[in-house]
Design a protein around this ligand. Structure first.
Ligand SMILES: Nc1ncnc2c1ncn2[C@@H]1O[C@H](COP(=O)(O)OP(=O)(O)OP(=O)(O)O)[C@@H](O)[C@H]1O
Length: 535
């Protein structure tokens, strides 16, 4: 492919203030290499596979030089669980779980280990005889570390890996002062909703191809009649699959509240003109889940209508899926999944805790701790899907503990958070590693985004180091928001490129080098008041 190499770096740096950092030309490593016209990445080995672990432990930068596709990111997030009650991920050894986490999160070894052990303990507990199993409660975790250093990310990743229902809440939401005091039981109710949706989605995915087959048969029967010869039917099947019959009108029985002029508006992608109408039966799962959840409750009236094949397909698919997924099974599985594998992440727990020498009258903070206690100790919460026992839910609490210490929490709560792990603040070197090592790191994401416009975006190693340096500096001088700073700095650097990309000729190569980074952020660094608002 012909690549027009635009030295955008010098173009953009031309108007930039004089460089204040003497920079040496060191090894010039380019990140984001074009391969055969598209960006691809080395597929990370499957979590739990024997080869887990290279990316997290290799030389910084190796993990992403090159390439990435959005498909990779999706594949990587695929959970391992299929069974709900005993997730496959829990069967991974702690070492493997840590190696998996290493692919996404830099450093924070203690926290990774603690979470990996907690997950493994779930698996161990399942192996025990029932009388002993009921005695063993999860060892909840207290993560202590500054904002943006990876606390939530560790918990979220492990939940995703094990397909466990996961919820993050801010403890401060429950303070009694003001008008917005919330009922802590709502945490569990929300978790159940999440679990029901996950289970529905899992089950729907599992039966989707079966449902599609049934729809195909139904439409073929309408088109060819009940006594058609097999070979004629096969010809029609071919045409149907190719979409050649999409605009044929057929008489079909569909739910009365669907179809043109029916319940779905255009935004809802109804067959009256939205995405459904344009698509074939490969309805997006998200679309389907939304419609499906409305569809499954009461039995809906059906009506015979004359509609196009392409309109009938999604409607019939809905009906078939409705038949195949049993909602009472979904609810049962969802509840079991919450009770056995649910993870509740309570952030900012330090904000509902008063320092021991505090003499004020803030009863609300302690009140919230008292409210949370039964949940964490184990109790039964009633939800619209049924009662939930919280005994075996894993609670991970976290906080920076700048103003107070874990010992200032209620003694009972401390007892329920027996595992303490400290996460470290991120250094400049950590920032560099975060930019380069995780499989879906920020640089690879930018490269992938622009590759959709057939633009090859490259970052020199020096540029990446400079981004890390700037992020660490702004964190130090303005406010420490941890790795979140990388987003703001990087966005500022690529903003112009992103804006112009769609107007560039295909195959354009854009190189971000140290000069370009300076040009974009240097002025902000000089005036920390400005950087406070912009970075
Ligand atoms: N050590 C790390 N490695 C890779 N990415 C990280 C790391 N730390 C933070 N990040 C990224 O920074 C963002 C914020 O991290 P996270 O949500 O884990 O913060 P946190 O420690 O839970 O802070 P807070 O308590 O403020 O929520 C996420 O996008 C996460 O991926």
């Amino acid at each position: 492919m012909l690549c027009r190499n635009i030295q955008l770096s010098s173009e953009m740096a031309a108007g930039a203030p004089a460089l204040r950092y003497p920079f040496q030309v060191s090894e010039r490593r380019i990140f984001g290499v074009e391969t055969g016209g598209s960006f691809v990445t080395t597929e990370p080995p499957p979590p739990g596979g024997s080869s887990v672990g290279d990316a997290g432990t290799g030389e910084p930068g190796n993990g992403y030089a090159g390439t990435m596709s959005s498909a990779t990111a999706a594949a990587d997030d695929t959970p391992l669980s299929t069974t709900g009650s005993e997730p496959v991920a829990a069967a991974l050894r702690p070492r493997e779980l840590v190696e998996y986490l290493d692919k996404y999160i830099v450093g924070q070894a203690d926290a990774k280990r603690a979470v990996a052990i907690a997950l493994r303990n779930r698996w161990r507990r399942h192996k025990l005889p029932e009388d002993l199993r009921t005695e063993i409660i999860p060892k909840n975790i207290l993560m202590i570390g500054p904002t943006g250093c990876g606390k939530t990310e560790i918990a979220r990743r492990i939940a995703k890996l094990s397909d466990a229902p996961f919820i993050k809440v801010e403890a401060t939401k429950f303070t009694e002062v003001g008008f917005h005091g919330r009922d802590v039981d709502q945490i569990i109710r929300d978790l159940v909703e999440i679990s029901v949706n996950m289970t529905k989605k899992r089950r729907s995915e599992a039966i989707k191809s079966e449902a599609q087959k049934a729809v195909e048969e139904k439409i073929l029967q309408i088109l060819t009649g009940p006594y058609a010869r097999e070979d004629a039917k096969e010809t029609f099947r071919d045409l149907l699959r190719k979409g050649s019959l999409n605009d044929r009108l057929i008489d079909v029985e569909v739910p009365a509240d669907r179809g043109p002029g029916g319940l779905f508006d255009k935004a809802g992608a109804g067959p009256g003109g939205g995405a459904f109408a344009e698509s074939n039966p490969n309805v997006s799962m998200a679309d389907f889940i939304g419609k499906f959840s409305r569809a499954i409750m009461p039995k809906r009236p059906m009506e015979k209508r004359k509609i196009l094949v392409k309109e009938a397909m999604p409607l019939l698919l809905e009906v078939e899926m409705e038949k195949l997924v049993d909602m009472s099974d979904v609810t049962r599985e969802a509840i079991q999944s919450v009770e056995e594998s649910g993870i509740v992440f309570i952030d900012e727990i330090d904000k509902i805790c008063n320092p021991s020498d505090y003499r004020g009258a803030d009863a609300s903070a302690e009140g919230v701790q008292r409210d949370l206690l039964p949940l964490i100790e184990g109790c039964t919460i009633s939800t619209k899907h049924g009662n939930i026992n919280t005994d075996y839910i894993l609670f991970i609490s976290s906080g920076a503990f700048h103003q107070c210490k874990p010992a200032d929490l209620l003694a009972e709560l401390q007892g329920r958070l027996p595992i303490r792990v400290e996460l470290k603040g991120l250094t400049e070197e950590d920032m560099y590693r975060i930019l380069t090592e995780p499989v879906t790191n920020l640089i690879a994401q930018q490269v992938a985004l622009l590759s959709t416009e057939n633009i090859a975006l490259e970052f020199t190693d020096e540029a990446v180091r400079e981004i890390a340096r700037v992020a660490a500096l702004v964190n130090k001088t303005v406010e420490n928001i941890g790795a979140r700073r990388l987003h703001t700095v990087l966005e500022r650097i690529v903003e112009q490129i992103s804006f112009d990309a769609a107007d560039k000729p295909e195959g354009t190569v854009i190189t971000v080098d140290k000069d370009l980074v300076h040009g974009r952020v240097n002025d902000l660094l000089v005036e920390s008041d400005v950087s406070k608002y912009i970075l």
